[in-house]
Design a protein around this ligand. Structure first.
Ligand SMILES: N[C@@H](CCC(=O)N[C@@H](CS)C(=O)NCC(=O)O)C(=O)O
Length: 213
């Protein structure tokens, strides 16, 4: 099989890059990482030349390029069925896809008002009603997943899945802009995510990129 090359943006900033990177790293999918720094004078030109969509992330696999975070994760799930990146049970898989689609398509207030800044370490934040609504909905989703589908492990659907990768940048936002009031189940889930090897590796990379290491 050709090598997988995942092209991503800055680890401190690029929430969409974080999702497939976190999935592949935590699941042990072998890949090479390529980086394009965002918010630089040359960024637009580089993305226009190299990325099919003009955005990161994108995945290169031989002659094939796959763009958009969720399509990349679906492609990887197809390539590595033994990694079981979606839940095996049909009902759980359907709900996992719904939860992931809701993240991909929604929560625009949270994403706009609290952009991911992985290394943000100062207290305080601006907020608005839309952010509170998004937080409440995410808390309800996480709590429901953990209670109804999570009995086989510590992740949303028990075992680690694409749904967890979709929400990893939200865990980052809740930690860096919070504290946010969430259920005990959601708080425990956030601890699970922040204690993964992949989370620590991303944080190390973000510190190196920003010169904070
Ligand atoms: N729907 C896309 C969104 C990708 C996206 O918005 N990527 C941002 C970085 S997180 C980007 O490439 N921005 C280009 C720029 O800053 O010029 C996905 O899910 O991958």
């Amino acid at each position: 099989m050709d090598d997988l090359i995942l092209t991503i943006g800055d680890k401190n900033l690029s929430s969409w890059s974080f999702r497939p990177w976190f999935l592949m790293k935590q699941a042990g999918v072998p890949f090479t990482e390529e980086n394009i720094r965002l918010d630089r004078p040359e960024t637009r030109g580089v993305l226009k030349e190299k990325s099919p969509s003009g955005f990161v992330p994108y995945l290169t696999h031989g002659a094939v390029q796959i763009w958009d975070s969720i399509a990349i994760m679906e492609y990887v799930a197809d390539l590595f069925p033994e990694k079981a990146l979606w839940p095996g049970n049909v009902a759980a898989r359907g709900v996992a896809r719904a939860v992931s689609a809701e993240m991909h398509a929604g929560f625009s207030a949270l994403r706009t008002v609290w952009p991911m800044m992985f290394l943000r370490d100062h207290p305080g934040h601006t907020t608005q009603a839309g952010v509170a609504r998004d937080i409440a909905r995410i808390d309800a989703l996480w709590t429901m997943c953990r209670q109804q589908y999570g009995s086989g492990g510590d992740y949303l659907f028990g075992a680690f899945s694409i749904a967890d990768a979709m929400y990893a940048p939200v865990v980052s936002r809740f930690l860096t802009y919070g504290p946010v009031a969430v259920s005990d189940a959601s708080a425990a889930y956030m601890e699970t995510i922040r204690n993964t090897d992949a989370w620590r590796a991303w944080a190390d990379g973000a510190r190196q990129e920003t010169g904070a290491a």
